[in-house]
Ligand binder design. Structure first.
Ligand code: HEM
Length: 528
């Protein structure tokens, strides 16, 4: 008894010594590593949990903007010992994520990515050889720096024409039609599969994978905070159902990859025409002969589903915002339509070749991207090495949060940033190159820049130009026929959507209606 009483203080003293030694060693290591350079400035955090309060704010982009107003455009935050640096200006984003892209293209890794079935999506891959192989395959077929192939633009145009027809026959189904046009286009381009309707089983199947992203975006999964919980038994309340849900998501993602792959392969085996991205990849592999087919097929499957996932929600949300903006701003709509009438005339639909001759429509497109920035904080990058910026030390593993929203709502770059004003991009009837281009922010940065940027641009431009050419978009009406004024609001935490984009959609004239019904035949193709 006496011995144990004497032993306790000794044990405590030993523990204290261990703590002091390990603390001193880590302090010396940090000193050597940082060479005495400080971390960027930022608000003081609570011991251990750090700046959790600053990182769990509603509309985080606005909260970060306020922090930057106090501490400058490079702000350090930490949570449970993990470092985050908020980049709040164009300069800081460009210096770190563009100029130092070779060492700032890592991604944050978390077991939840695999657990939620998102392990196929190369947008979440670490910056390594495997990511490079996937990105290479993607860019060979959906180019980033070369022009998008004519046959892909033709598909985009055809599906945009079908979109117009759907709007004509069922204007109340706007959201479903927007979902349809972007999903169906990418399924056709990537797999060569025709999708007739929003309810098509192929689309439904692929949309199930998207739910996987929403699962880990919502922050409700307990394994997100304590990964070891993934080993918990399934009967544990709350956790068990979540683990079952994650297993279901993994199975859904595997099913999507395989079923879509099999359909395209089946076309090739049976000699059915299929000029899709996947068919081209498979044909190239066959020609190459001596390759590890299991590995290459896996890359092909991953790449194709990533293309769908990357493009589906982002475009879906942007075009909803475009409709909302048009219903709220009739004079802007009229101006864009006047340009279309003058350049295109009443006898055909606009096509991609017209883009350069339609600066005001282009300005509407740019303003839609800016006004409603779908990914206000983009996708986080991480530092692959220790780096220095403006004399500050940024340790390896630091997560960078680039506040695209702040750059796109900066009153010095855009007067009245909350207003939808495409004229800000126009000077003397032409696009003004001196105005900050929203595309430099919404599609991300450096080596991780959105791989589908040119494809997405063409697709959205076509939908916007073709819609404005043939439809009038006005506010929705209540039961007595009075206009309902929609207040623009956006919901979501990572990817934002307009909360309400109801509007009234009517053909501009009998001629416009005829053009819609003529559809694809009325256009003279998508030539680049
Ligand atoms: C409104 C449309 C779109 C927006 C705003 C958008 C935005 C973004 C952003 C912000 C990133 C992260 C970039 C970074 O880490 O810095 C990204 C990545 C990506 N996007 Fe898009 N995107 C759009 C459409 C598309 C489309 C249509 C596709 C496919 C055809 C696509 C495919 C991808 C892929 C594959 C990545 C991962 C890049 C990587 O990590 O290497 N995106 N996109």
């Amino acid at each position: 008894m006496l011995a144990s009483n004497n032993g306790l203080p000794q044990l405590l003293a030993a523990l204290l010594c261990c703590f002091i030694i390990s603390y001193t060693v880590s302090l010396i290591r940090w000193r050597i590593r940082s060479r005495g350079r400080p971390l960027p400035p930022g608000p003081r955090g609570i011991p251990f949990i750090g700046n959790i309060i600053h990182m769990r704010q509603p509309e985080l982009w606005k909260a970060h903007q306020k922090l930057c107003a106090v501490y400058g455009d490079v702000v350090h935050l930490s949570m449970f010992g993990e470092h985050t640096v908020v980049l709040g200006s164009q300069q800081a984003i460009s210096d770190i994520l563009e100029q130092q892209s070779a060492v700032t293209s890592e991604r944050w890794q978390h077991p939840l990515i695999e657990l939620s079935g998102q392990g196929f999506n190369f947008a979440f891959f670490p910056y390594n050889h495997r990511w490079r192989r996937h990105r290479q395959v993607f860019s060979q077929h959906i180019p980033l720096t070369r022009p998008i192939p004519d046959e892909q633009i033709l598909i985009q145009h055809q599906y945009a024409s079908i979109f117009l027809r759907k709007l004509l026959t069922e204007p109340g189904g706007l959201r479903d039609h927007i979902r349809y046009v972007f999903s169906a286009t990418i399924v056709k381009v990537v797999y060569g599969i025709e999708v007739a309707d929003y309810n098509d089983p192929n689309v439904a199947l692929i949309l199930r994978t998207l739910e996987g992203v929403q699962g880990f975006d919502s922050g409700r999964m307990l394994v997100q905070y304590l990964p070891i919980l993934r080993h918990a038994p399934l009967w544990v309340p709350i956790l068990g159902p979540q683990l079952r849900e994650l297993a279901w998501r993994r199975a859904a993602a595997d099913e999507v990859k395989q079923v879509m792959f099999d359909k395209t392969q089946d076309d090739l085996i049976h000699g059915r025409p299929n000029t899709s991205v996947l068919a081209s990849i498979l044909q190239e592999l066959e020609e190459q002969g001596d390759v590890d087919l299991t590995e290459e097929h896996l890359i092909a499957k991953n790449t194709c589903v990533t293309a769908f996932e990357g493009g589906a929600d982002t475009t879906f949300s942007t075009i909803q915002a475009f409709f909302l903006a048009m219903s709220l701003n009739p004079s802007i709509q009229k101006k864009a339509q006047a340009e279309l009438d003058a350049v295109i005339g009443p006898h055909r639909l606009p096509n991609y070749r017209d883009r350069a001759s339609l600066p005001y429509v282009e300005a509407v497109f740019k303003e839609s991207l800016r006004w409603h920035n779908v990914l206000p904080l983009g996708l986080q990058h991480c530092a692959g090495e220790d780096i220095e910026y403006r004399g500050y030390f940024i340790p390896r593993g630091t997560t960078f949060t680039a506040n695209a929203w702040a750059c796109l709502h900066d009153p010095e770059a855009y007067t009245e940033p909350d207003c939808f004003l495409p004229d800000r991009f126009i000077r003397e009837g032409k696009l003004d190159p001196g105005v900050r281009d929203p595309r430099d922010f919404v599609f991300g940065y450096g080596r991780r820049i959105c791989a589908g940027k040119p494809f997405a641009e063409i697709e959205m431009f076509l939908v916007i130009a073709m819609t404005l050419h043939v439809f009038d978009i006005t506010p929705p009406l209540d039961e007595s026929g009075n206009p309902i004024l929609i207040e623009p609001k956006f919901t979501g935490s990572f990817l934002l959507y307009p909360a309400d984009c109801r509007c009234t959609i009517k053909p501009r004239s009998a001629e416009a209606e005829a053009l819609i019904l003529e559809g694809v035949q009325s256009s003279d193709g998508p030539a680049a």
